[in-house]
Design a protein around this ligand. Structure first.
Ligand code: 13P
Length: 282
């Protein structure tokens, strides 16, 4: 079924697992992600930046997610990732996205609350879930760079005030992860995550999932992470395979011969990640 973020995160909470949230950058990648979730028998969150949504077309993304959710019997959420502009959020909701993220993390605390409240008020009218962020995740995403000097962890007391004031469905936390980190791995502050988990009763979201060590996945899930974002690993997998194929194949072959191996690479990554996110050892 085509479902909301709130629904899948509440199921995940009952099973002490996380749901994979995979960034697609085009329409081709999307079916491979849903097929991976179908093989692993878990719900899945497809997420797009505003850039991808405008490139592919919001309604096209909604239509494919809905039809595949139905055809493959998978619970699919379509989520707008890191939107800073209310106009972009409104556009996605009106087109049928079932979840949005308002990213006011670079704003002063009170302005982040006000911006998030505006989005929650609008989204609730349409039954759409809302994720928001407190603290700063480092690294690079969709061309936006956050340097290590600008990074600050989510403060647990602020998190309590933020969640109470906004009524969000999920909170993205800054605990040391970085967007776009794929050549090295992250040192996560488990202490900070534990303090946040003890302070608030809302599903937590980890960004920069590509840089998280496999052996840390269980630990963060046990500390309340319910949505696990992965983007760069898919991009790198696609681009590497794509370079090989376009380099090796003749220029007059069907485009499928270059694209289908990339889809297999995406599905393999998605399935491997989901196996970790199921947190089976408990
Ligand atoms: P990575 O690209 O580092 O995996 O992060 C994805 C993400 O957090 C999307 O918001």
């Amino acid at each position: 079924m085509y479902v909301t973020l709130k629904e899948v995160l509440s199921q995940a909470d009952k099973l002490n697992m996380a749901v994979g949230a995979f960034n697609t950058h085009n329409l081709e990648m999307l079916p491979a992600i849903i097929k991976g979730a179908e093989k692993q028998k878990t719900p899945v969150i497809i997420q797009t930046s505003c850039g991808t949504a405008n490139y592919v077309g919001h309604r096209n993304l909604v239509a494919v997610c809905k039809s595949m959710a139905d055809e493959y019997g998978v619970d699919v959420v379509l989520h707008l990732d890191h939107a800073k502009d209310f106009g972009e959020i409104r556009k996605a909701i009106l087109a049928g996205y079932s979840s949005v993220m308002f990213d006011g993390s670079s704003l002063p605390f009170k302005e982040n609350i006000l911006g998030t409240q505006q989005v929650v008020n609008f989204a609730k009218e349409y039954g759409v879930s809302v994720e928001a962020e407190l603290g700063t995740v480092g690294g690079t995403e969709d061309g936006i760079v956050v340097t290590q000097d600008e990074v600050f962890y989510t403060d647990p007391e602020d998190a309590v005030r933020f969640v109470e004031a906004t009524g969000i469905d999920a909170l993205a936390v800054a605990i040391g992860t970085n967007h776009g980190q794929y050549k090295s791995k992250t040192e996560i502050s488990f202490e900070q995550l534990e303090k946040i988990q003890q302070a608030v009763d809302v599903p937590l979201v980890i960004h920069g999932g590509t840089g998280v060590k496999d052996e840390d996945v269980k630990r963060v899930i046990d500390l309340g992470i319910r949505k696990f974002n992965v983007g760069t690993e898919l991009l790198v997998g696609w681009n590497k395979k794509s370079k090989d194929c376009y380099g090796a194949n003749k220029e007059n072959v069907s485009n499928r011969d270059n694209v289908m191996p990339c889809l297999d690479a995406i599905q393999a990554i998605v399935e491997r990640k989901i196996q970790l996110f199921k947190n089976l050892d408990n």
